[in-house]
Design a protein around this ligand. Structure first.
Ligand code: SF4
Ligand code: SF4
Length: 447
């Protein structure tokens, strides 16, 4: 039993001031406690003069380090157990070619191998799933390049791929630019469609400038038609906006457009804001990129000005949205990178990679499924081991259970190893998010 003497301020406490407010927040992902603290009490906490010690102890903000260690170990075991039995997302890249020439494509410097996808390679992919991933819950995501290309040979391969998935009753998600989506609806009826992710970067002019055809032609109208048709068919659509300083102003217009179209009323419609960021190849114009905190800061301002955008998209601001929607914190996040754990990526050359960020990148292969199955066990182990207990900098970081260590590919790109942190600005995100979801009168009406 812990005595008062052993109590210390938990190393998992996240304590900071809410934006545009005198109030502070105290959040502890390990014990699941979240509180708003007034200025007076926050001042006392800062000085270590804890106002209501018993309350702080009950909520785990003050804790015996030994008890905290035990709690941490137990939560970690629960986390890994859940992760090991959870569904695996298996990406498949049928080719890296694409009919678009997006201004920020991280794959634009990949030279597609002069090989073509064949039925034999598709068979080898499914053989791998049937044998090496037997008994594991899984679904497939068709990725690219652009998977829904319209050439005869492309369509034949995609249909063969779908047929194999349907025979195994495997759900299929598709990440597409949406240009040929309408033409593919009939083929998609033959598989259990899990989700179709389509990217729209703005309304016509801006979208067409950022995401033109290879020949420079416009794409907006066809993509919109594709989304309409997919939703009408009852397929879930995940609309993604890749955002940077060039198109953040479009969020209101895209939101109005989606609301007017009735998309936001569709039960299968959801949205995602992807931050445009530098991964491998140099962005043609990197000054337009947002840092993560900067993007959320800009979203905060924009949404305060136009709270109706919330009908279209509600930003997460770390765990803030979850807390506001569920009245409790999510479970501790010991690992935010699913690569080589609950995510894998295979491509048409027979290579296996950890995820979509590394797929196709020379030197990132973790094995092959064709012509033979070969796995680089050492590298795979390293990916599997990566979490906030193994990345040195994360081990003592107070926000680690909200951050999860970030993205392994970004970490490697920056530090040359995946065993390095990709820090998330958790405190800044919470400063914004708790203000946005808990303290703003004009957003409350829309929530
Ligand atoms: S390396 Fe990055 S992109 Fe790949 S699974 Fe991990 S977090 Fe996702
Ligand atoms: S990646 Fe950075 S912010 Fe995230 S847990 Fe590790 S040290 Fe903390």
């Amino acid at each position: 039993m812990s005595t008062d003497k052993n109590l210390v301020f938990s190393q998992h406490n996240i304590f900071s001031q809410i934006k545009n407010s005198d109030d502070y927040y105290l959040i502890n992902l390990l014990t699941g406690s979240a509180d708003i603290v007034d200025q007076d009490n926050a001042g006392k906490i800062k000085k270590g003069q804890y106002p209501d010690k018993e309350d702080l102890r009950l909520k785990g903000y003050l804790i015996d380090p030994h008890d905290e260690k035990l709690l941490f170990i137990n939560s970690y075991l629960e986390f890994t157990e859940k992760r090991d039995s959870s569904e695996v997302q298996v990406f498949f890249v049928p080719w890296y070619s694409c009919n678009f020439a997006c201004s920020y494509c991280y794959q634009s410097e990949y030279n597609g191998e002069p090989k073509l996808l064949t039925k034999e390679i598709i068979d080898a992919f499914y053989h791998y799933l049937d044998t090496m991933m037997r008994g594991q819950k899984k679904y497939i995501t068709l990725f690219g390049g652009e998977p829904l290309m319209n050439g005869k040979a492309h369509r034949e391969m995609v249909n063969y791929f779908f047929k194999q998935a349907a025979e195994r009753n495997l759900g299929v998600a598709i990440v597409t630019n949406g240009y040929n989506l309408s033409e593919y609806i009939e083929d998609l009826r033959k598989v259990p469609v899990r989700e179709i992710q389509v990217t729209l970067d703005g309304i016509a002019e801006v979208h067409d400038k950022r995401r033109p055809l290879q020949n420079g032609g416009p794409t907006f109208d066809k993509v919109v038609q594709g989304i309409d048709d997919a939703l009408e068919e009852g397929f879930p659509v995940n609309l993604r906006i890749v955002m940077d300083k060039e198109n953040i102003g479009e969020l209101k217009a895209v939101s109005d457009f989606a609301i007017e179209k009735g998309w936001t009323e569709h039960p299968g419609f959801k949205t995602q804001i992807g931050r445009n960021y530098e991964l491998y190849s140099c962005q043609k114009n990197s000054s337009r990129l947002f840092e993560r905190a900067e993007l959320y800061g800009a979203l905060y301002d924009l949404l305060l000005e136009h709270p109706d955008i919330l009908k279209f998209h509600k930003p997460a601001f770390s765990v803030s949205r979850y807390l506001s929607e569920n009245g409790e914190l999510p479970e501790p996040l010991f690992d935010s990178c699913p690569g080589a754990k609950t995510e894998w990526a295979f491509d048409y050359t027979g290579q296996i990679y950890a995820c979509t960020a590394t797929v196709g990148k020379k030197g990132e292969e973790l094995g092959t499924f064709y012509p033979q199955i070969k796995l680089d066990k050492e590298q795979i182990e390293e990916w599997k081991d990566r979490d906030v207990t193994t990345i040195e900098q994360c081990r003592t970081c107070n926000v680690r259970l909200a951050c999860g260590g970030g993205c392994a590919a970004v970490a490697k790109n920056k530090f040359g190893t995946i065993m390095a942190p990709d820090c998330r600005p958790i405190e800044k995100l919470l400063d914004l998010g708790l203000s946005f979801y808990f303290e703003n009168e004009n957003t409350k009406e829309e929530l």
